[in-house]
Design a protein around this ligand. Structure first.
Ligand code: DC
Length: 216
């Protein structure tokens, strides 16, 4: 796979639909870089909170963005995010205060513009599997490889609880789907996989098969 033209695989879906686990596995299979774009929105949200900026004040959020050095990178084919030189940890990115404020920060168009340009850079020299909310609709609208991984609200809430994470996913979905700037949508040309009653292996198998079919 690595000798072929770079591939861009876009995987979107609501919170806790299992898209991250699936995207990671697909990236490993394809020897591509795995990028969790939500981590970038989470990183900047963490920084907003650390600076005691009100996440619901877009003007203040944009002012902080202007003073912030936000860098994306990669380690062992997994995307990383640094803020002013500080590499963000998984624990910081999944803090409860980040969960409850990330949708507000992610609804600010200037924040999206900045992060989308970082996201596109990953695909300049690598095959990439990127997951998020607007990857197929906005970040890489021209890729033929678009997937939307869904699951019922009950299953998604249960998955989050099993992770021991406090996260109001339904409220977050509502905000992410109703915002003006790049809301969560199912791209017209995406393949939708409802993972409610499927195991991870099954979902990964279905996505890989669809990619191979499109390639042939
Ligand atoms: O994937 P996640 O649940 O960690 O994402 C956290 C939040 O980031 C999500 O609620 C909305 C925002 N997000 C976004 O607006 N666009 C993306 N491409 C990815 C995430």
């Amino acid at each position: 796979m690595s000798n072929q033209a770079p591939l861009i695989i876009a995987i979107d879906g609501p919170a806790a639909s299992g898209k991250s686990t699936v995207a990671k596995r697909i990236a490993a299979e394809l020897e591509a870089v795995f990028v969790n774009s939500g981590a970038m929105y989470r990183a900047f949200t963490w920084w907003v909170l650390e600076n005691e900026v009100d996440p619901s004040d877009p003007g203040a959020v944009v002012a902080l963005l202007g003073k912030t050095q936000l860098e994306s990178g990669e380690s062992d084919r997994v995307g990383t995010v640094s803020i002013n030189g500080k590499l963000m940890s998984r624990n910081e990115l999944s803090e409860e205060r980040v969960n409850s404020n990330v949708s507000a920060v992610a609804s600010v168009p200037e924040v999206r513009e900045r992060l989308v340009s970082e996201q596109r850079e990953y695909a300049e020299s690598n095959s990439v599997v990127m997951e998020g909310r607007d990857i197929g609709s906005v970040v890489f609208p021209d890729t033929p490889y678009k997937f939307y991984i869904d699951a019922s609200p009950e299953v998604r809430e249960q998955r989050r609880r099993a992770e021991g994470i406090e996260d109001s996913i339904l409220a977050r979905d509502k905000q992410d789907s109703s915002r003006k700037a790049s809301p969560l949508v199912i791209p017209d040309d995406a393949i939708v996989v409802d993972s409610s009653h499927m195991g991870v292996d099954e979902v990964v198998g279905a996505v890989l098969m669809a990619i191979r079919e499109k390639q042939s």
